[in-house]
Design a binder for this molecule. Structure first.
Ligand SMILES: Nc1nc2c(ncn2[C@@H]2O[C@H](COP(=O)(O)OP(=O)(O)OP(=O)(O)O)[C@@H](O)[C@H]2O)c(=O)[nH]1
Ligand SMILES: [Mg+2]
Length: 192
């Protein structure tokens, strides 16, 4: 649950980018970090292997201005997508307020996307959370690939709940802020 500090008039929200390995979660954070003024964003902290695979998490704090007199602070995290790092994924979901599920549009990654979504459902259940009681949105990334699955197919496979979904090419920044805005809105609406 988002932390509301009435004395300091501050709202702190935790957003987690979840999804299969190499889907583009870290790329989303890198793009956001590259676009925002240093006054708005903090440092991007990445714990990664030499090959740039996320080892534990990435973390990026953002100050997104005021909502009804409350300063809104967002903490963005990515989980490591590689199957063997499930303990970290579970830990990072602790205290989550909203999730961006980053799906890889590559036709070859269809099964991995579905397995990762199931893994998220399993891990959420440890915190008594479900796809129906946590705000979440879908991002269909890598729309630039020649072998990208059609959106209708991805929707059918992953969006059984009918949550907001966005097409993206995170490596070029396309769709990155639209996705972030959507989840922020869902979280803030819920607080009101
Ligand atoms: N073609 C294409 N490549 C992308 C896109 N977004 C990210 N990539 C590339 O995909 C690779 C993996 O991206 P990452 O952001 O590291 O993936 P990740 O989801 O953080 O992966 P893990 O840390 O292993 O979970 C990198 O080489 C990116 O440059 C995209 O929209 N299109
Ligand atoms: Mg990563």
């Amino acid at each position: 649950m988002a932390l509301v500090n009435y004395a300091a008039r501050e709202i702190n929200c935790k957003i987690v980018y979840y999804g299969t390995g190499l889907g583009g979660k870290t790329t989303n954070l890198k793009y956001i970090h590259s676009q925002l003024a240093p006054t708005t964003r903090g440092e991007l902290i990445s714990l990664a292997t030499e090959t740039e695979r996320t080892l534990f998490f990435d973390f990026l704090p953002l100050d997104l201005g005021s909502v009804q007199g409350f300063k809104t602070r967002f903490s963005l995290y990515t989980v490591p997508g590689q199957v063997e790092y499930n303990a970290s994924r579970k830990l990072i979901l602790n205290g989550v307020d909203g999730i961006i599920f980053v799906a890889d549009s590559d036709v070859m990654r269809s099964r991995e996307n579905q397995e990762s979504l199931q893994n998220m459902i399993d891990n959420l259940s440890e915190y008594s959370l479900t796809l129906d009681n946590i705000p979440w949105v879908l991002q269909y990334n890598k729309r630039d690939l020649a072998n990208a699955l059609p959106i209708e197919r991805l929707e059918k496979e992953l969006n059984t709940k009918g949550v907001p979904s966005f097409e993206a090419v995170a490596s070029e920044g396309l769709g990155v802020f639209a996705t972030l805005k959507a989840i922020s809105k869902l979280i803030l609406n819920r607080l009101q």
